[in-house]
Design a protein around this ligand. Structure first.
Ligand code: UDP
Length: 239
């Protein structure tokens, strides 16, 4: 079998990927299938850090649109990511994969606070590290968290697991049948063409720090492993 292409990866999973068909909440069987995929790459000896979103439970922007104060609504979104992180950890441990959750906002009774050097140590000791709570700041997203943590822990790549989207397209393929999929892009192209990969803060951070990302469909079983073994699927975005 091919050798893994990466030694340390940062996997970004949006909250929706844990929700299943209803698109809301946490579906334990869906989480289990997803975690099995993490275990597959963990078993290859790859160091795995995960950033999980919270959109399956709450999005700050939606709260703000309904009249809430934006920062308050965003903190609720950050808390939502912690629920997802605990669900992931529970399932990882059930499958025999040691893990740690680190939160950007302290909640010492349920998780470690985020400490970069400790996170790196966990990775070296073959523990999956789940980063929860986003960046800890309102007005940011978990995509930006993924870029930030990837740079901080010196990950080789960001694996952007997308829900039912198999890469980056020139336009929304659901709305425009002339849309074409890109195999490769640069971060600058993503920003200048306004392509919807990550938000622009996350793209800028990835570009400035020269961290590649691979955008692929998480709903296709085996895709995480395919990516780490270097198979050309999805879209690769580089510096
Ligand atoms: N959030 C935030 N700061 C962060 C990360 C997340 O305020 O650094 C809030 C924001 O309200 C966001 C919510 O948490 O809507 C859930 O995160 P996100 O939308 O990125 O989750 P995903 O779409 O990946 O499920």
């Amino acid at each position: 079998m091919a050798e893994p292409k990466y030694h340390r990866v940062l996997l970004k999973v949006s909250g929706e990927a844990l929700a299943g068909d209803k698109g809301f909440g946490i579906n334990p069987s869906v989480v289990k299938e997803f975690v099995k995929e993490i275990k597959e790459i963990y078993d290859l000896g790859i160091e795995v850090a995960v950033v999980v979103g919270g959109g399956n439970i709450w999005r700050g922007q939606v709260g703000a649109e309904m009249g809430m104060e934006r920062s308050q609504a965003d903190y609720m979104g950050m808390l939502a990511t912690v629920m997802n992180a605990l669900a992931l950890q529970d399932t990882l441990e059930n499958l025999g994969v040691p893990s740690r959750v680190q939160t950007s906002i302290e909640m010492r009774q349920i998780a470690e606070p985020y400490i970069r050097r400790r996170a790196i140590r966990h990775l070296e000791k073959e523990r999956v590290v789940i980063f929860a709570g986003g960046t800890g700041n309102p007005y940011f997203t978990t995509d930006t968290t993924a870029a930030l943590r990837a740079v901080e822990v010196d990950a080789d790549v960001i694996l952007m697991a997308k829900n039912n989207v198999d890469g980056v397209y020139s336009a929304d393929p659901k709305l425009d049948n002339t849309a074409t999929k890109f195999d490769e892009l640069t971060h600058l192209e993503v920003i200048s063409k306004g392509l919807s990969v990550m938000d622009s803060t996350a793209s800028s951070l990835s570009m400035d720090n020269d961290i590649p990302l691979v955008v692929f469909n998480i709903n296709e079983p085996g895709n995480i492993k395919r990516v780490v073994l270097g198979e050309q699927i999805g879209t690769t975005v580089r510096g």
